[in-house]
Ligand binder design. Structure first.
Ligand code: MEV
Length: 316
């Protein structure tokens, strides 16, 4: 008996961090995925393996967890999902992943969502998308301590979504062949969320105004996406970036990537995700993405073109 499920990574277009304070955000699923395969095991332990991450761990009721290769990182999410949604039957779990890890592109949410869906399928449990998203968010909260439902929602549902206070709406927008993502290893999301919270405590009036301004930008961006007003969308991204800098989540390398992509023809570019390292997203006319990609890689940054994906979690 076996089971296989996959889920996409994500990029936030507008509203990261503000979403933690109840403001809306716009995010999209990208065409990079995490795939979890579960097979029955004839041994007396569970094996978790990922060739992509050079990771191998063994989990046994007698000896607990043994990390044979790699880092705990993403494994924590798989283990928590197993603790919540599996019994003690030994299984073999394989993870394939094309989402850059620890770069703020939703790799942990994608792995969590795929693991829960694969476990549901393995145990022949009927589950709905909202239930997968809710349980994946629970796992993220347990592992990270702080997380909005944004990453797990987008990974579950796919598409381009507008999230407002846990209300998820699929929205229209043509972002095909228009996005480049530059990435370095990020700080932990929880750490960046904490830094923003501390600034909020020191300067509540100023920070609340900034969060409100980000909310205005996000609402206007939704309209710009709908009417395909590319110039406006790009400008809104740049304004959002200025405010992300103001709340303290920018870094030298992120700034360098942002200005490099603007010089190479991006209509807009900004941090995507938690910041402090991590990733930027550049938006441009499709004929400029090649130049943006080249300029980023020429400066030694990791970069990739990213297309929106309408596919959320899939049982395969
Ligand atoms: C992380 O991808 C996005 C943040 O807004 C945190 C969250 O929403 O949990 C920074």
């Amino acid at each position: 008996m076996g089971s296989k499920a996959s889920a996409p990574g994500k990029a936030i277009l507008f509203g990261e961090h503000a979403v933690v304070y109840g403001k809306p955000a716009i995010a999209l699923a990208i065409d990079k995925r995490a795939t979890i395969t579960i097979k029955e095991s004839h041994r007396d332990y569970t094996r978790i393996k990922s060739d992509d991450l050079d990771l191998e761990a063994i989990l046994s009721p007698e000896t607990g967890l043994k990390l044979k290769k790699g880092e705990m990182g993403i494994l924590n999410y798989i283990l928590k999902a197993l603790e919540f949604y599996h019994d003690s039957t030994p299984i073999n779990i394989k993870l394939k992943i094309s989402i850059p890890i620890g770069a703020g592109l939703g790799s942990s949410a994608a792995v969590t969502v795929a693991t829960i869906a694969a476990l549901d399928n393995y145990h022949k449990r009927k589950s709905t998308l909202p239930s997968i998203a809710r349980r994946a968010h629970r796992v993220e909260l347990e592992v990270q301590g702080a997380a909005s439902p944004l990453d797990t929602s987008i990974s579950t549902h796919g598409g381009l979504i507008y999230l407002d206070k846990e209300k998820i709406e699929q929205i229209k927008g043509d972002l095909k062949d228009s996005l480049v993502i530059g990435y370095t290893r990020s700080e932990e999301t929880a750490k960046m969320v904490k830094l923003v919270k501390e600034r909020m405590e020191r300067h509540p009036q100023i920070m609340n105004l900034i969060m409100d301004a980000i909310a205005h930008i996000t609402r206007k961006a939704r309209k710009a996406l709908k009417s395909d007003d590319k110039e406006c969308l790009g400008e809104l991204m740049n304004i959002n970036q200025g405010l992300l800098d103001a709340i303290g989540v920018n870094s030298k390398s992120l700034s360098e990537m942002i200005y490099t992509s603007r010089e190479a023809g991006a209509l807009g570019s900004k941090i995507t995700g938690a910041g402090g390292g991590g990733s930027i997203i550049a938006y441009s006319h499709p004929d400029r993405t090649g130049q943006i990609l080249e300029s980023l890689t020429a400066r030694g940054y990791n970069a990739m073109k990213a297309n929106p994906s309408t596919r959320g979690v899939l049982i395969q």
